[in-house]
Design a protein around this ligand. Sequence first.
Ligand SMILES: [Zn+2]
Length: 213
Amino acid sequence: MSHEQEGVIKYQLKHHLESLSDDYSITAINAWRTLMYRLQLIGQDDARYEGYGFGNISQRIEFNSEQFMISGTQTGHIPVLAIDNYCLVTSATPELNQIHATGLCKPSSEALTHASVYLQDKKIQAVIHAHCPEIWRNTRKLKLSHTTKSVAYGTPEMAIAVNQLLQGESWQQASIFTLLGHEDGVIAFGENLSQAANVLIEKLSLAVAIEQG
Ligand SMILES: [Zn+2]
C-alpha cells in the first residue's frame, strides 16, 4: 500500500506570514504536544511514511471562537515546539476547501479536518490527529467509528465524511475515530486537550492489550 504524502497541503490557503501575538498562550497545547511526541503519536521517523512528519494538535482559542491554534506543517521532527511552530487558523470553510491562517508557520496539512470536527459542536475545544498503528489496525476489534478507505486525508470529502460520522452519533460517548483511507490515522477530540489525549491513550492501551493477548 502506498502512503499518501503527509505534509502536502491540499486546500486553498490564504496565509499571513506574521508572528503571533504573545496574547496567545501555547502553554497547555505545547505540553500535550510534547507528550504526544514522546509517545510517537506525533513525530517524524525515517522508517515511517517515507520520512514525512505525522500528526498534529489543535485547540480553540476561546470557548465561542471559530478560530483555533494548530501545530504547523513540517514540525514533526521537533521535540518541543515554540510559538513560531504554531499557526492560528482564523477562518475555515471545509465545503469550499479554504483556510485563512496567520503565523510564521503554515498550518498542518490536515487543518481542514480539524476545522470540520470543530464545526460539529462548540463544546469541542481540542482535536488531536495522531498516527497510531495499534489503534488503526484494531479499528474493528475496538468497535471504533471510522471513515472509509476511499476518503483521503485533507480533502473536502473528508470534511463531509467527518460531518456524517459525528452527526450520526453521540460524540461524547466515543470522541475518537480512525481514518481508514490514511495509514495509521486517528482523530481524537474533546471538551479540552486532556480529554482528547486521554481517549487516545485509553484506546492505545486497549489496542496494545489486544495485540499482546
Ligand atoms: Zn496524518
